[in-house]
Design a protein around this ligand. Structure first.
Ligand code: NDP
Length: 252
């Protein structure tokens, strides 16, 4: 049977590829045969990843909060004669604050990165895909916090909830151009950034709320990532796939 998940001949842009999930997504897509364009602000980390991946990889600096930087990325992709087939719109941040203490600066910082930044990159990728006339797949990295709320995360939860609505709106308008737009909504995934926290008593209490009684691992996202990136999901658009060990369905 034809390998439905094969990405040979496809080019994928991954934002926020300098660490955490984005770095893992880049490795996974590369392993499935894609040419990967890795982007983020910390280029020294991207250089390391490029060396690790070897062939079929290009890196471009990107700050999603800057219109100019996103426009520069578009020019770089075009100058390198790369045809964009897949976007993993992953760059994101959080700044946990109690709502009563939340400053406008903190609110704007999170919304500017997670929502406006994701919009900017999605718009740029859509322009390129429409120009290519070959369709494409856009995958927005949302969160289970886009569907439920958590303490001290109002800006983050709001940004991810809006990203889910953006995903569905884009999917509706771009379906006739064969540009599919879906979202992945991970639950708590263990990365180098949060492993210290999850080792604490508070962190362990979070884990107890997850029906599968464990954190997700980066590899747990591979199946859904490859599904949405490849022809295996050719009739899927506007979907939100939760990968959370059942966290969203924990009982009220
Ligand atoms: P990390 O902090 O490890 O990674 C965030 C990435 O985003 C970094 O590569 C960072 O690169 C990049 N980034 C941040 N701000 C900008 C910016 N202004 N311009 C360009 N790139 C930027 O976090 P995770 O890997 O955990 O998170 C990745 C995504 O997954 C986020 O969207 C997050 O909300 C989502 N997510 C994560 C979960 C988890 O449990 N880890 C759960 C659910 C969703 P640099 O600093 O070099 O620019």
């Amino acid at each position: 049977m034809k390998n439905l998940f094969n990405l040979e001949g496809r080019t994928a842009l991954i934002t926020g590829a300098s660490s955490g999930l984005g770095k893992h997504f880049a490795k996974t897509l590369h392993q499935a045969g894609a040419f990967v364009i890795i982007s983020a602000r910390r280029t020294e980390k991207l250089e390391k990843l490029k060396t690790e991946l070897g062939d079929k990889c290009e890196l471009f600096k990107l700050d999603v909060t800057s219109e100019e930087s996103v426009s520069e990325l578009k020019s770089n992709i075009e100058s390198a004669n790369l045809q964009l087939d897949i976007l993993i719109n992953n760059a994101g941040t959080s700044d946990p604050q109690k709502f009563k203490d939340l400053s406008e600066e903190s609110w704007n910082y999170v919304l500017e990165t997670n929502l406006n930044g994701a919009f900017r990159v999605a718009k740029m990728a859509t322009d390129l895909m429409l120009k290519n006339k070959k369709g494409g797949s856009i995958i927005n990295i949302a969160s289970i916090l886009g569907q439920r709320v958590g303490l001290n995360l109002s800006s983050y939860a709001t940004s991810k909830s809006a990203l889910i609505q953006l995903t569905k709106s884009m999917a509706l308008e771009l379906a006739r151009s064969n540009i599919r737009v879906n979202a992945l909504a991970p639950g708590y995934i263990l990365t180098e950034i949060n492993d210290d926290f999850f080792a604490t008593e508070e962190g362990q209490n979070y884990i107890k709320k997850i029906p599968m009684n464990r954190l997700g691992l980066e590899e747990d996202l591979d199946g859904a990532l490859l599904l949405l990136s490849s022809d295996a999901s050719s009739f899927m658009t506007g979907s939100v796939i939760n990968i959370d060990g059942g966290h969203l369905i924990n009982p009220l």
